[in-house]
Design a protein around this ligand. Structure first.
Ligand SMILES: C[S@@+](CC[C@H](N)C(=O)[O-])C[C@H]1O[C@@H](n2cnc3c(N)ncnc32)[C@H](O)[C@@H]1O
Length: 243
């Protein structure tokens, strides 16, 4: 296992379930999970290392890796396990953000309901520059689903930075008007600048602006963030804790 500490960031390369089991209850204020989508269909397909990844929208098969090859039931069981751990780790005053596509969004939604994680909002991340559909047999997938959930049950103690979010202006987001409430459709092109790619590329890397928006909504100053699935194109990725 490789551990890495830098300033206020701890990076740990291990199986996320084993890693989470060693962390104490109510340790985090916010968690952002980008789990395997269960999209892989081809066993030998590997991402072309020369792929630029800009505008990497609906080309799901490019994300084919062994860690993603889960049957529906395996995916459900795995999802129940890591979500139950997240429920234990995130404070009732905190938030959990869950990325998904149509391949696994149903599984995650059902798992949240079974575990008593209340869904605050279902956000549609609209990717106006989504990759065209290469098979020409489907519509171009141009969005992903993000669930914003909390662990506090009926008490609803989760932090929401309402006023600042309402006042915010997000450059290039055609749906957000300054001074108006933020809607559940976020217009954020799926591209990354050079600084975001300087530590390597991953087919499902999210633009920083997406994460910044989640933190603006739900994170308090000096809170603790947990990211259980950080990109590595092999079986195990890195889990990251930021304080
Ligand atoms: C959809 S990708 C998320 C990538 C992330 N958005 C990024 O840019 O770093 C899912 C990640 O989960 C990792 N993963 C899958 N199963 C895991 C496990 N049991 N423990 C830790 N990581 C795992 C994979 O290696 C992959 O990097």
């Amino acid at each position: 296992m490789n551990d890495f500490k830098h300033n206020r960031v701890d990076l740990s390369c291990q199986d996320t379930l084993s890693g989470m089991k060693n962390l104490p209850d109510n340790f985090f204020d916010v968690a952002i999970a980008d789990p395997p989508y269960g999209v892989s269909t081809a066993s030998t397909w590997q991402i072309d290392q020369g792929h630029g990844l800009n505008g990497f929208g609906g080309a799901w098969k490019l994300a084919t890796h062994s860690w993603d090859k889960l049957s529906g039931l395996e995916n459900f069981e795995f999802t129940m396990c890591w979500l139950a751990e997240l429920k234990r780790l995130v404070k009732p005053t905190g938030s959990i953000w869950l990325h998904s596509t149509y391949h696994n969004s149903g599984i995650i939604n059902v798992a949240c309901q079974i575990l008593g994680l209340e869904i605050i909002n279902e956000v549609v991340w609209y990717k106006r520059n989504a990759f065209p559909n290469l098979s020409c047999r489907r519509l171009t997938a141009s969005h992903e689903t993000i669930l914003w959930v909390h662990t506090g049950g009926t008490h609803r103690q989760y932090y929401f930075n309402y006023e600042e979010v309402k006042a915010a202006v997000f450059e290039n987001d055609n749906f957000k008007e300054s001074g108006k409430q933020l809607r559940t459709v976020w217009d954020i092109p799926n591209n990354k600048d050079k600084t975001e790619l300087k530590f390597g590329k991953h087919p499902t890397q999210k633009p920083l602006r997406l994460t910044e928006r989640m933190l603006l909504i739900s994170a308090k100053q000096d809170g603790r963030l947990f990211v259980p699935f950080m990109g590595q194109a092999q079986k195990l990725s890195r889990a990251c804790v930021m304080v």
